[in-house]
Design a protein around this ligand. Structure first.
Ligand code: GUN
Ligand code: ZN
Length: 430
């Protein structure tokens, strides 16, 4: 039976980063009709009630119905080491990340963490994520199986590394290619799963491995490819010494077939003009990871790239990022915008966390917005989830002023309900 969800609704007609906040549309008494796991209609509550008298009603009152959050870059295996103190990128990888990732050669551990991670996402209103796994194929199987059990649309891939990583966490050019290919064939397009070709970053791959993965991408050009780019200055200097012939960091990917419009480049903070131009020219996606960039001390992403039309997604980068919450991530993006003189409007922040990330992941035809025909992944936001937020929201004159305190101060308590393909995964009052 069709279900009609009533409440405030938020949707987008364009990209508010380019078109301004007017690209957002708010209905103070709207509705979303869900049928067969998809959005069948959207409009005002009155119109939908009249047009669909047989639908079951779920009334969310004054709460805000939105598309579920889309997290465009995360490392599910780092769930257990989130918020580890005091290191910068290379030390942080060696001290915390690599020892933890070694544990994923145990499929039972991988399954336990994958389930725990996805449940944390659902509690925080994130319905789609693009995650790195570890070098172990079983870590990929565990993740996709956990997502399938929850009905979630996810993208993920085996993280490939054949140098500058400890024994036990290295593959080879050949095994990276062959294992990625086998996983891609097993998972890509199965239910809601998408396989992502995943070289970790150029310091941990030999040119041979980058080339092998570039060849795999060329043969599977419908897949996404994800990696890291220009996150910290030390890292960039290291890349320069490892690839002396490269024009810049991006060239270490470009030279091996790893630059393309379905490429997701995490961080992308310290870009050279050539890199910026080239990324824009090919239509690649830059993924802004604001809590990670401050937590690991990487730098301030230039959101001016997005306002001038670059394809930008928003991401937690768990566990270099210090949160599982896209609300907290929006708050950090706002603060970094302020430091760079670009105060992002709440409509722009919300768009980045939903449709913008879906667009960066080339999934906006399926998720990321409350639009007819898209999959019914949506959340219900309580705009007064704590006393601190409630007292500020009570003074609001419009939706944006009511929503901004939740963006800045909200957490999983603000997510009253999470629906995946129309099914309640976190229920009102739970
Ligand atoms: N660069 C290469 N690997 C990683 C990672 O796991 N996290 C972050 N933040 N940066 C990286
Ligand atoms: Zn990352």
């Amino acid at each position: 039976m069709a279900q009609l969800h009533l409440g405030q609704t938020i949707r987008f007609y364009g990209d508010p980063l380019v078109d301004g906040p007017e690209a957002a549309r708010h209905d103070s008494r709207g509705g979303v009709l869900v049928q067969d796991r998809r959005i069948a209609a959207i409009g005002t509550a009155d119109d939908l009630r009249a047009a669909h008298p047989g639908a079951g009603i779920v009334d969310h009152g004054a709460r805000l119905i939105s598309a579920g959050f889309v997290d465009a870059h995360a490392h599910y295996p780092q769930t257990g080491i989130i918020a580890s103190w005091g290191k910068r990128l290379i030390d942080w990888l060696n001290t915390y990340t690599f020892p933890e990732e070694m544990r994923f050669d145990d499929p039972a551990y991988a399954a336990e963490v994958a389930g725990r991670y996805l449940d944390l996402l659902l509690a925080n209103g994130t319905t789609t994520v693009c995650s790195y796994c570890t070098i172990h194929p079983a870590s990929v199987d565990a993740f996709f199986a956990a997502a399938e059990a929850r009905g979630m649309r996810v993208a993920a891939g085996k993280t490939c590394m054949d140098r500058n990583a400890p024994e036990g966490l290295r593959d080879t050019a050949q095994t990276a290619h062959d294992q990625s290919k086998a996983l891609l064939e097993r998972w890509h397009g199965r239910g809601r799963a998408e396989y992502v070709i995943t070289p970790r970053f150029s310091p941990t791959s030999t040119p041979e491995q980058l080339e092998a993965l570039g060849a795999l991408w060329a043969e599977n050009s419908g897949c996404l490819m994800q990696t890291h780019l220009s996150e910290q200055l030390d890292e960039i200097a290291w890349v320069r010494s490892l690839f002396p012939q490269a024009r810049d960091y991006l060239d270490t990917y470009e030279a091996y077939g790893l630059l393309g419009e379905r490429g997701l480049y995490g961080h992308a903070i310290h870009l050279e003009p050539r890199e910026r131009d080239r990324l824009a020219e090919v239509g690649a996606s830059l993924i802004h990871c604001p809590t990670s960039n401050t937590f690991i001390g990487s730098g301030l992403f230039d959101m001016g790239l997005a306002t001038s039309g670059a394809r930008v997604g928003l991401a937690t980068d768990t566990g270099g990022g210090s949160s599982f919450s896209m609300l907290r991530t929006m708050a950090a993006a706002y603060e970094i915008g302020q430091l760079r003189g670009i105060p992002l409007h709440p409509a722009q922040l919300w768009w980045l966390a939903t449709e913008g990330s879906a667009r960066a992941m080339r999934m906006a035809d399926r998720v990321g917005g409350l639009e007819v025909g898209r999959e019914a992944d949506f959340i219900v936001i309580d705009l007064a989830s704590t006393p601190a937020i409630a007292q500020r929201a009570a003074r609001a004159h419009d939706l944006w002023e009511a929503l901004f305190p939740t963006i800045m101060m909200g957490d999983d308590r603000a997510v009253a309900a999470t629906y995946v393909a129309g099914k309640a995964m976190k229920t009102p009052g739970a």
